[in-house]
Design a protein around this ligand. Structure first.
Ligand code: FAD
Length: 396
């Protein structure tokens, strides 16, 4: 990559210096001089009214979009159990496929998973690519990458979705690099531009201050990992039928540099927030760690779990495993009760798809009320004890 100044065309107006977001241009003797910190973003090229700046470098590779069609979902399994993220992606994938008037396929890698392939069809997959081998029983990056890359090269899906889980985050970037295509990680929303047949991939950017919509216009497949619990699961319909395509992986694809010696399951000491139906969350409004017992009592009465904002976690009032939001967990309970939480975008990202949101906040203008199904304007230290009292009367 390089940048060239055409001296004959340059008038020394200095516009390029002003528009450069990286302060990487200096005017010396009325001629722009490019500094080392230039990122070749092209802002100066676009701004120059005299065509005096040229970006030089390897040409953009020719677009590779022809011949690709269909929406694929990488259906994650652990220990032979399909993970709920697979159902969430099939639900979302179906919507995208319908909009594009194309098919939805699941990709399942593992060992002896024929019955699971049927489950994917009942959740809306028109086709399931099933790759079975004892060496695919547990996730290992190298054989999974080789097998999935080979499948994509052979069948050419236009869109490939996977969970932003530890497996998805390990596997999908490797596949994207092999295929030389774009990947948007950690999406919280997906849609399509029907006319241009583009996947619109939404994810938080710049510390969650904006939601960026990212596209992959020049390459296929368009690959995205999607956060757990953001999309709704596809419902089971045993009347649905589809095709199971059993793919025999070549020996060379199954090689691995690693050997799995054993697995040690983490003992869950803390609440499993992501699976809870009811979550009572507390923020800075709680004023101190001692007041979380109020929320624990409410959660206990409702059979729920306790969540927290980052402000509460950063203050050391509660453990990080309880944090909800962009840098914490994404949750989607039936009821989310936010107490003393303002509703910053980074918090909302992690809970706004809850079925019912109840907000307790003494500030009537708190942003949390914009997403709340029910809002209680009041002091949580008065409201929460009243709620506990009432629930005790109802449930006991
Ligand atoms: P505040 O914003 O201080 O709000 C406290 C609220 O309590 C106020 O609305 C106030 O009116 C109310 N209140 C006070 N006293 C009472 C009372 N007695 N009764 C009722 N209401 C009362 N935040 C997250 O939560 N999760 C994340 O994952 C996360 N990730 C982040 C990532 C990045 C990169 C950045 C930059 C920020 C992130 N944040 C995250 C922080 C986020 O921006 C907010 O700062 C944070 O969510 C604020 O927490 P809060 O609502 O508890 O506190």
């Amino acid at each position: 990559m390089g940048i060239k100044i055409i001296k004959e065309k340059c008038t020394g107006c200095g516009l390029c210096v002003r528009v450069c977001p990286y302060s990487a241009i200096e005017l010396i003797d009325r001629l722009p001089v490019i500094k080392e910190n230039c990122t070749y973003c092209g802002e100066c090229v676009r701004a120059c009214k005299f065509g005096a700046i040229l970006l030089q470098g390897p040409e953009r590779p020719k677009t590779k979009v022809e011949g690709y069609s269909g929406v694929w979902v990488f259906c994650e399994q652990k220990g032979g159990v399909l993970q709920s993220i697979a159902y969430e992606l099939l639900g979302e994938g179906k919507k995208l496929a319908d909009k594009l008037n194309t098919g939805l396929s699941g990709v399942l890698l593992g060992d002896n998973l024929q019955d699971k392939a049927n489950e994917l069809i009942w959740r809306g997959a028109d086709k399931v690519y099933l790759v079975s081998s004892p060496r695919l029983k547990e996730y290992r990056p190298d054989p999974y990458t080789e097998v999935l890359t080979d499948l994509i090269r052979k069948y050419k899906p236009a869109i490939m979705l996977a969970g932003a889980t530890s497996i998805g985050r390990s596997l999908i970037p490797r596949v994207a690099v092999k295929l030389q295509t774009g990947l948007t990680a950690d999406c919280t929303g997906l849609d399509v531009d029907k006319e241009k047949e583009l996947l619109l991939q939404t994810r938080p950017a710049f510390g969650g201050n904006i939601m960026a919509v990212i596209i992959t216009p020049h390459n296929r497949p368009q690959m995205a990992t999607v956060r757990h619990k953001v999309m709704k699961e596809a419902v089971v319909n045993k009347g649905l039928s589809g095709e199971i395509i059993e793919v025999n992986p070549g020996e060379s694809f199954l090689k691995s540099k690693t050997e799995l010696l054993g697995q040690i399951k983490e003992v869950e000491k803390t609440v499993n927030l992501t699976e809870a139906d009811i979550i009572v969350s507390g923020g800075r409004g709680l004023r101190g760690p001692e007041n979380f017992c109020l929320l624990e009592e409410l959660a206990l009465n409702l059979g729920g779990a306790v969540g927290a904002s980052r402000a509460a976690v950063d203050s050391g009032w509660i453990n990080y495993s309880h944090q909800v939001g962009q840098t914490g967990k994404t949750v989607c309970p039936k009821i989310y009760i936010a107490c003393g939480i303002s509703g910053a975008i980074q918090h909302l990202i992690g809970m706004q798809s809850s079925d019912i949101i109840i907000a307790v906040n003494k500030d009537p203008h708190a942003p949390i009320f914009k997403v709340a199904t029910y809002g209680i304007v009041g002091d949580l230290f008065e409201v929460v004890p009243l709620l506990i009292k009432r629930f005790k009367e109802v449930f006991n």
